[in-house]
Design a protein around this ligand. Structure first.
Ligand SMILES: Cc1cc2nc3c(=O)[nH]c(=O)nc-3n(C[C@H](O)[C@H](O)[C@H](O)COP(=O)(O)OP(=O)(O)OC[C@H]3O[C@@H](n4cnc5c(N)ncnc54)[C@H](O)[C@@H]3O)c2cc1C
Length: 408
């Protein structure tokens, strides 16, 4: 379905459930932000919360990235600062500790967009090992891998459609797989879990195949590898059930990351262009129902499932929290939001005793900005969450202004 066909309610800012109203005072959430940072982030969120403006801004930024750095530095620098942990793992660790209070953990995500797997394979592996070391020092230990950063997307697509590879492509695939195994062995030695991102449906069959193999091989003592399932796909509820059945028979630890899915518009466009049915549910409500049902399926499955929920949706979060609490399974559930987004939700969850893991992307500006732009562009809900976040920032700005005035 095209964006324009979406139901109007999908485009409206979500209502915050009453019981999820912020329970913390704003200074606690934003105490690390200076005045400049508060205003900068407010302006960014203001732009992101207007779908038309956000679309225009994103497309302008994409073009501006080809221009000399100084021409886009004010915007790219600000985006990078507010939604990225910095350029290196060291800055990401530091930012995470200064910006967010104790009690939360980070899943470090080396965000390189458009860097071809083979040219950057060695650098990518090296960065991942450093991220694993950083994760190892935490209570909940996670790093993120996007398989298309290790295996070329073209190869993933060919494998997904059972096309044969040329000898050179096979050789490259072999090198990529070797790098992946090195990363996983290191993660295994450090008891760190690796979350494998879900991607476009045309490369996902190959990713599913690799992840299933890796889980069988590495999830013997604990869930080293987590599979991500996008619940906006109408074939995924059945996939989830058969996946769980299949893994439980193999006697391995099961790690599942549930998300709604980030590529809705591209998926729908891809389907229209090829005259094939869209893999996405026709309505947001169906996606929401599938997501919430998937949480129950995992929590009720007879074999223990380690669940990682990548969502900013407060209704789903509340349902998972209450269900996990009632079943005494909260220690097996991690709630995850993106760095710089929905901090209030993360804070509230953490205060209520839930495991909160912030996704912290980091990487050189020229590679991380395309990543952030893609996230903003493909995440159709960015505008909604940006809107809510902006309201909170506005309250904090007013609170500080009145405090300053009262002091004089
Ligand atoms: C920590 C974390 C990790 C993530 N990892 C991945 C990943 O590996 N792969 C990935 O694809 N995404 C990933 N995402 C992005 C995620 O899939 C969503 O795009 C994003 O989180 C918004 O969904 P939501 O549940 O937070 O909120 P909501 O605002 O409730 O949901 C918005 C989502 O609903 C769906 N939707 C919206 N409108 C419709 C419609 N008309 N019909 C059908 N469905 C609709 C879309 O999936 C949209 O993104 C991740 C998100 C987070 C927070």
């Amino acid at each position: 379905m095209q964006c324009s066909q979406r139901h109007r309610s999908d485009l409206m800012p979500p209502r915050r459930p009453h019981h999820l109203a912020p329970k913390l005072s704003y200074p606690e959430v934003y105490q690390q932000h200076s005045w400049t940072q508060l205003i900068q982030k407010y302006v960014l969120l203001w732009a992101l919360s207007h779908p038309v403006l956000a679309k225009a801004g994103i497309s302008m930024m994409k073009r501006a990235l080809h221009l000399p750095h100084f021409m886009h530095a004010p915007v790219s620098g600000s985006m990078h600062y507010h939604f990225c942990g910095g350029e290196t793992i060291e800055t990401a660790i530091q930012r995470f500790h200064t910006d967010l209070p104790r009690g939360m953990c980070a899943a470090f995500d080396y965000a390189i967009e458009g860097v071809h797997a083979l040219t950057g394979l060695e650098e990518f592996s090296h960065e991942l090992l450093k991220a694993i070391d950083a994760a190892h020092a935490q209570y909940k230990k996670f790093v993120v891998v996007k398989l298309s950063a290790v295996i070329p997307p073209k190869t993933l697509q060919q494998l997904s459609t059972h096309q044969s590879l040329t000898p050179t492509e096979q050789e490259h695939l072999h090198l990529s797989q070797q790098a992946l195994h090195n990363i996983l062995e290191y993660a295994l030695a450090k008891s760190v879990s690796v979350l494998i991102d879900a991607e476009h449906s045309w490369v996902q069959p190959a990713i599913d195949h690799f992840v299933e193999q890796l889980m069988t091989q590495y999830n013997i003592n604990y869930p080293t590898v987590y599979q991500t399932i996008q619940m906006y796909r109408h074939d995924r509820p059945a996939y989830l059930k058969s996946f769980l059945e299949q893994l439980s028979q193999k006697n391995v630890h099961i790690g599942i990351k549930l998300v709604r899915g980030a590529y809705m518009e591209e998926e729908n466009l891809h389907a229209v262009q090829r005259g094939i049915p869209s893999p996405i549910f026709p309505t947001k409500q169906q996606t929401d129902d599938a997501f919430d049902q998937a949480i129950s399926t995992c929590l009720e499955f007879p074999t223990p499932v380690h669940l990682f929920l990548g969502t900013h949706n407060e209704q789903s979060i509340e349902q998972a929290y209450l269900q996990g609490k009632e079943k005494h399974l909260l220690d097996r559930v991690c709630f995850s939001q993106l760095f710089g987004m929905c901090d209030e939700i993360s804070y509230n969850l953490s205060k209520r005793g839930a495991n909160v893991v912030k996704f912290v992307p980091y990487g050189p500006v020229q590679h991380a900005i395309p990543y952030l732009l893609r996230r903003a562009e493909e995440n159709s809900s960015a505008s909604k969450h940006a809107y809510l976040e902006r309201l909170s920032l506005g309250k904090e700005i007013r609170r500080r202004m009145f405090k300053t005035t009262a002091m004089h």
